[in-house]
Design a protein around this ligand. Structure first.
Ligand code: AMP
Length: 550
């Protein structure tokens, strides 16, 4: 007996679900499956990890007519990984119905996709760009479409796919059934729903995942320049590490941090939007296999990832909005396991953490970084435990004979052992011995001064002050006279500035694109060169004016 039975699904699907070990429908499944089985449209607020894939996949699979040729169901996803995961899940749920599912996204060979489409598939799961291409080439025909799902609609919006999504929607039969899933329901998503869904049922599941309760949350106050050292300390000191997902704000930050960790002997790699598909898959496989203990990811790259067993989520940068925080930490403490979520907070970012605490209605413990002595002690303990693993006489036969020779030559056995330990420890990582001594208490005065400044500032100066207060230590904040309305995207800012000023892309930090202007941080030493370019070059066809905000 299985709780899915009362939902009225076909036996082939119940069998598949039960083989996967699902016994009880999750909240979103219990609400969404009956609605979708009845043929109505729905809009669901649910995040990855809540079981939303089965919530739409099972009703679709239930309704497919396997004798019909032509694509009957289409699922749009923002990322390739999510397309793969959803296609894989549909394949698994549909295994006893011989359902043919095809994932399509950029980076795959067209010819394979086209020949699979020509041979006939029931369900297509894909990213908007490639789907539009295939529609444009006339190889994807949606005239038999009956089910359409927009998965992670807010993410498609954030990634600028909404026009593509609408172009695809306009090529589907109006008589289709449509489901929209989104972690958040901002105004543009509601407008999309108004235009393309017919009297949808709204299903809202709690935005804070239940599993967050299983997660221990801590925050550490640290200066921007000490973040790496702080992270290294934590990597050494945390208990129960299996694998760590480390979030950063920008893809440049992701690459730079992974590199910095590697240089210090920590196996780490970055997951961000610029990787080719095979590269992404390799990073993910290594992380899943636990041969890669630390993965550094941006929010966008980590969306839709279905990795259950993450022991630690570390916010190397405080996320820009509170929902992103909940999203990030929801990746640990899953499936009944406990997890740890750590956030490094610079003095300038404390207001963001306050806002997150208000949003999650939870206090996030303020913890103190382990000290240098703690780290050195931990290293000693670890060394001694590794040493005691070798206390197997047959493994150290040769070494024992060496000791006997030294004893015969008149050395004291304790002195020999101490010298041997010394020699062995010389080969240990030395990085943090220097770096861990450098962590300073963040300057609290600086925070107070900035806070006071903000309160005192006049109305027209407030925005400048806000922009300034967000600037990272060691960086200068610069404004550009162009923003979202002029079509500016983060990639433009990094690419154009790095090229025009001849500075490395990683010298550019946080980017804040507003309606008609953009702010970005650049490392102190390069600021002058960047500013010299003011008025000399163009972005999106318009002359660029640059001003230092500080
Ligand atoms: P999703 O939110 O669709 O990405 O699903 C998250 C994870 O939960 C996946 O690993 C699913 O296999 C699993 N899952 C989905 N529904 C259930 C269920 N009813 N019982 C147990 N696990 C489930």
């Amino acid at each position: 007996m299985n709780d899915f039975q009362i939902l009225g699904l076909r036996t082939e699907l119940l069998q598949a679900v039960s083989e996967l070990g699902y016994q009880t429908p999750t909240a979103i499944q219990a609400r969404a499956i009956p609605i979708l089985l009845s043929g109505r449209d729905m809009m669901g607020q649910a995040q990855t990890g809540t079981g939303k894939t089965a919530a739409f996949a099972l009703p679709i699979l239930n309704g497919l007519d396997l004798d019909l040729v032509g694509v009957q169901a289409l699922v749009l996803t923002p990322t390739r990984e999510l397309a793969d995961q959803v296609a894989h899940a549909i394949h698994e749920y549909g295994q006893h119905r011989q359902v043919r599912v095809l994932p399509v996204y950029g980076g795959q060979s067209y010819s394979r996709q086209i020949s699979r489409l020509q041979r006939g598939v029931h369900v297509v799961v894909g990213t908007p760009g490639r789907l539009l291409d295939l529609l444009g080439q006339g190889v994807l025909n949606l005239s038999s479409l009956r089910f359409l799902v927009l998965d992670e609609a807010d993410e498609m919006l954030n990634m600028g796919f909404i026009e593509d999504v609408e172009a695809i929607l306009s090529q589907t039969p109006t008589a289709r059934q449509t489901a929209l899933f989104s972690a958040t329901l901002p105004e543009p998503i509601r407008r999309l729903s108004d235009r393309y869904l017919r009297e949808p049922e709204l299903v809202v599941t709690s935005s804070t995942r239940l599993t967050v309760d299983q997660t221990e949350q801590r925050q550490y106050l640290v200066s921007e320049s000490d973040k790496l050292a702080a992270l290294l300390r934590l990597l050494e000191m945390e208990e129960g590490i299996r694998n760590i997902l480390n979030f950063v704000r920008t893809k440049i930050g992701a690459g730079a941090l992974a590199e910095a960790l590697l240089e210090r002997g920590v196996q780490a790699d970055a997951l961000h939007g610029d990787l080719t598909q095979p590269m992404r898959e390799t990073v993910l496989r290594r992380f899943r296999d636990e041969t890669l203990p630390v993965m550094v990811a941006t929010d966008v790259a980590a969306r839709g990832l279905d990795i259950d067993d993450i022991s630690h989520v570390i916010n190397y940068d405080v996320p820009l909005d509170s929902e992103a925080y909940v999203h990030r930490i929801g990746r640990t403490g899953r499936a009944g396991r406990t997890g740890v979520a750590i956030t490094l907070v610079t003095p300038q970012e404390r207001w963001r953490m306050d806002r997150i605490e208000r949003f999650t209605k939870q206090a996030i413990a303020r913890a103190t970084l382990p000290g240098k002595a703690d780290v050195l002690n931990r290293r000693k303990e670890r060394f001694l435990s590794r040493l005691s693993d070798r206390f197997t006489p047959e493994l150290v036969d040769d070494e024992r004979r060496m000791v006997e020779r030294l004893v015969e030559a008149g050395y004291d056995p304790a002195d020999i052992a101490a010298a041997a330990l010394r020699l062995a420890r010389e080969g240990e990582r030395q990085w943090a011995v220097d770096e861990i001594s450098e962590i300073r208490e963040p300057a609290r005065r600086e925070v107070t001064a900035r806070r006071t400044g903000r309160r005192d500032s006049r109305a027209d100066g407030r925005r400048r002050q806000r922009a300034r207060s967000r600037c990272e230590a060691g960086m200068v904040r610069i404004s550009i006279n162009l923003g979202k309305e002029q079509g500016i995207r983060p990639g433009d800012v990094v690419g154009a500035i790095a090229n025009e000023a001849g500075i490395p892309g990683k010298a550019i930090g946080a980017i804040d694109i507003q309606r008609q202007q953009t702010f970005f941080d650049v490392v102190d030493q390069h600021a002058e060169r960047v500013l010299q370019g003011a008025g000399r070059w163009k972005l999106r066809g318009q002359p660029v004016m640059l001003k230092c905000v500080d």
